[in-house]
Write a protein that binds this ligand. Sequence first.
Ligand SMILES: O=C(O)CCC(=O)C(=O)O
Ligand SMILES: [Fe+2]
Length: 254
Amino acid sequence: MTTTLTLTPLTGRHAARIDTALEELLDPANHQSLRDALVDRKVLVVPGANPTVEQHIALATVFGAPEPPQPQNPRHPDNEFVCVFDSDEGYKADRWHADETFSDTPSSGAVLTIRVLPQVGGDTLWLDAEAAHDALSNGMRTLLSTRRARHEIAPGVAAEHPVVRHHPVSGRPCLFVNETFVRGIVNLPPVESEAILAMLLKHLARPDFAYRHRWEEGDVVVWDNRSTQHIAMADFVGRRVVHRVGFVAETFAA
Ligand SMILES: O=C(O)CCC(=O)C(=O)O
Ligand SMILES: [Fe+2]
């Protein structure tokens, strides 16, 4: 069965809601449309889908090869691909980041679902890093176009990436520095690196680059980790548990 996906934009730049049943999304006839929608909208919300663990992994597999969580992240007891972020275990992600940029091969994207909804708060925001790039002046874009940044999570666990990367499918440029992992722009005097980085992080955090998701029971959100960054609000009351399956698809050219 082929379905035309029912997509509703959630901002004028990025993010869209899909009002198509999860079972239909998992039908191979819809997989290419889903992949195209992810590159185009960068963030896809499937409201109230409440996937089983198997469906969660099947949805990630539509977009790429599921990858096990990084060693520092907690895994689901029954499935090695599912990463469990439980506020009762002290987990939070309350600074802007793209996942795993401290690695030479960061994940291409992820599928997140909420398993325990807090009483209030705990929204997640995704910013459009291509829109952020496009909103810079020509002079700044030229300056950044040949620069690289150092991303690090712990001493010795680090990678260098271009400050501006081109999406492997769309070819569109995006700003690829984030608050959590970037330590500096390489081959610049420290005072210049610090000033430019501070400016870029302030620019990326502009509210109009972000889509803010207020979670409801069973919601699923898929994001393209190559063109967005995200942050979870640590303002909630009660317990909050999310499950994530990351995937690897087309990666950036070197
Ligand atoms: O808790 C959230 O909403 C986001 C978690 C996160 O950063 C991730 O799953 O990569
Ligand atoms: Fe994350």
